[in-house]
Design a protein around this ligand. Structure first.
Ligand SMILES: NC(=O)c1ccc[n+]([C@@H]2O[C@H](COP(=O)([O-])OP(=O)(O)OC[C@H]3O[C@@H](n4cnc5c(N)ncnc54)[C@H](O)[C@@H]3O)[C@@H](O)[C@H]2O)c1
Ligand SMILES: CC(C)[C@H](C(=O)O)[C@@H](O)C(=O)O
Ligand SMILES: [Mg+2]
Length: 335
């Protein structure tokens, strides 16, 4: 298995170091190419992601990424120039973000809810395309626009993927949007769900406005099975989903080209966490579980399950904060 590894900024290298060591325990012959991408290289060379980087990254079976973004670089430069550029160039139209509550993991919710849902977030459209602009910048009459782009093609392929997922899970699909205000895009999403849904008569569909979805996620997360939503709503609700299901340190994700044309990219949902970077404090579990998603994506279900079981066992025995390196070591010891 040939992996492109982009450790990135902040806690990225710390958590990816642990995730790679776990992969080495469960799979023979992992070949890695490490890419120096992020703030360090940007400051040293002014480069973000070169054509040569991208061409070389394409030569791998999958990508494992830590986090991108650093306070020393203006907000958005690295995130857009690197992370989003990769998601767009490699056509990662499905951003898969599962939320599972592991046994004995405390959650900040009333009762003892079971949580097992997956957010299928669109990954290449919405307000993320950079379609917008500003005029009269810096004057009292400044105007800025950020247009949400939604194509029938882009919406349909991610909706279809979500129905396929729902069909092999609990057969429930919830569209999360804001059709009461974003009427043009909302109508396209709703009609697409209705039309594609006719091909999946055994999957029940429902709809939630995104604001209400944040209520349900906190008060009744068990109601969700598969959620399909646009790029920005998906970004926001998956941080809530992480917080309610055990914390941002556990949330894994995959940026997937479902056609298999380009390598898919696996990364924790969290960012570079500058507030705790370099202190051996970051939880590497999200990165390790992203490695499990990567294994599953490449067809090694047995190895993926081994990692997930080791993580579950480790979480069940945690009694307080554990360092990055210690968490990795404990999970590897179980394997
Ligand atoms: N996919 C990515 O690469 C990605 C995702 C989100 C944010 N970012 C970038 O990361 C930078 C910081 O963003 P932010 O502060 O909004 O979000 P963040 O996810 O980095 O941090 C939010 C909070 O969660 C905590 N946290 C995050 N990961 C953790 C872990 N593994 N273990 C324990 N605690 C953890 C942080 O300490 C912080 O308090 C920004 O530049 C942002 O653009 C990148
Ligand atoms: C850093 C940023 C571009 C990214 C996003 O908005 O998709 C992040 O928040 C995420 O959730 O992966
Ligand atoms: Mg996010």
């Amino acid at each position: 298995m040939r992996l492109a590894v982009i450790a990135g900024d902040g806690i990225g290298p710390e958590v990816i170091g642990e995730a790679l060591q776990v992969l080495d325990v469960v799979v023979d012959g992992v070949e890695t190419t490490e890419y120096d991408l992020g703030a360090r290289r940007y400051h040293a060379t002014g480069e973000l992601l070169t054509d040569a980087d991208l061409a070389s990254i394409r030569e791998h079976d999958a990508i494992l990424l830590g986090a991108i973004g650093d306070p020393s670089v203006p907000s958005g430069v690295l995130e857009r120039g690197l992370l989003l550029t990769m998601r767009f160039a490699l056509d990662h139209h499905v951003n898969l973000r599962p939320s599972v509550r592991y046994p004995n993991v405390a959650v900040p919710l009333a009762g003892d809810p079971s949580i097992d849902f997956v957010v299928v977030r669109e990954g290449t459209e919405g307000p993320y395309t950079g379609n917008g602009g500003a005029i009269r910048t810096g004057t009292p009459h400044e105007v800025a626009t950020e247009v949400s782009l939604n194509t029938r093609f882009g919406v349909e392929r991610v909706v279809r993927y979500a129905f396929e997922r729902a069909q092999v899970r609990r057969k429930k699909l919830t569209l999360v949007h804001k059709t009461n205000v974003l009427a043009f895009a909302g109508s396209l999403w709703q009609r697409t769900v209705d039309e594609v849904g006719r091909g999946y008569p055994d999957v029940a569909t429902d709809y939630c406005h995104v604001d209400a979805a944040t209520i349900h996620m906190v008060t009744d997360p068990g109601r969700f099975d598969v959620i399909v939503t646009d790029n920005l709503f998906g970004d926001i609700i998956t941080d809530i989903a992480a917080a309610v299901s055990g914390g941002i340190g556990l949330a894994a994700s995959g940026n997937i080209d479902a056609t298999g044309t380009n390598p898919s990219m696996f990364e924790p949902v969290h960012g570079s966490a500058p507030d705790i970077a370099g202190q051996d404090k970051a939880d590497p579990t999200a990165a390790i579980l992203s490695g499990a998603l990567l294994l599953r994506h490449l067809g090694d279900t047995a190895a993926a399950e081994r990692v997930e079981m080791a993580v579950a066992a480790d979480l069940a025995e945690r009694t307080g904060p554990v360092s990055t390196t210690e968490t990795g070591a404990r999970i590897r010891a179980r394997l």
